[in-house]
Design a protein around this ligand. Sequence first.
Ligand code: TRP
Length: 329
Amino acid sequence: MEIVLSGIRSTGNLHLGNYFGAMKNFVRMQEESNCFFFIADYHSLTTHPTPENLFDTTKQVLVEYLACGIDPEKCTLYRQSDIPEIPELYLLLNMNAYMGELERCTTFKDKARKQPNNVNSGLLTYPVLMAADILIHRALKVPVGKDQEQHLEMTRNFAARFNRMYNVDYFPEPTAYNFGQELVKIPGLDGSGKMGKSEGNAVNLADEPEVIRKKVMRAVTDAGPTVPNQEMVESIKNLFTLLKVVSTSETVTFFTEKYNDCSIRYGDLKKQLAEDIINFTTPIRERIIELKSDNDYLRKVINQGAEKSRVSATKTINEVREIIGFRKF
Ligand code: TRP
């Protein structure tokens, strides 16, 4: 069975865009593939979180994944820092990762610019750790966004280099997988582009109704149509796209007609949109709250995930050690 693997940054909350983007696809994929989903908590150390913050964000990600329907019985859901074979593979791969290629990596250059006082070597070798995450399970398909494609390419280079160096055909070359047709792009509230983490642009799954109302009411609009059937500007199209995702088709038709005959009041549209988003996210939010206080269950999930993940991680690391020449006496 095809091995699919995805790492989740342990920062921030999932928003509606994540839900209709990656999450829905993950939930579907766990039915048909051998899926590994993990929280990349080692990676988040590059930005020096406090211990409380590291733990809280990791827990939040775990809880939100579960609340969205990731089923630990159907996939392998784990925390990176529970798998000691990952840092071991990272160390081994580092011996074949070169300064030049690491320094040329665009995400490194971006991060170095954003945090000039903390250009640590974890930042430089971030792609090597990511390669270790992927190669430890010899995964083939890695669902990631455009911003991660260079990392995937580096992973393929490291894999091929290892194979060449030891004259083996051991690591497969993983490819970035972007869901193709299945990917629904959810626009943000700031009038342009897709939903992202920037302030006020995203509705988080864990947002309370009052927060959602405030965010939606502040969404960018224009002055309104002045002639019938006027072409919509992007910010208005975006509100309609959101409406299509969370509201009934009657609601969509109602506001489309109002727009087309120039009688629309954006305030009414936003009020309706906010309520429909709230209806949609409420069961997820309630599940998040419930899971957050169920530490027994979370402990069970995380232990079971570590155990399952380590089966294939130990196998890989033993084989890699053997190939490299760390042989048993
Ligand atoms: N770098 C990824 C991101 O920022 C997260 C990640 C870490 C990852 N390790 C991974 C994604 C392995 C896919 C596979 O989104």
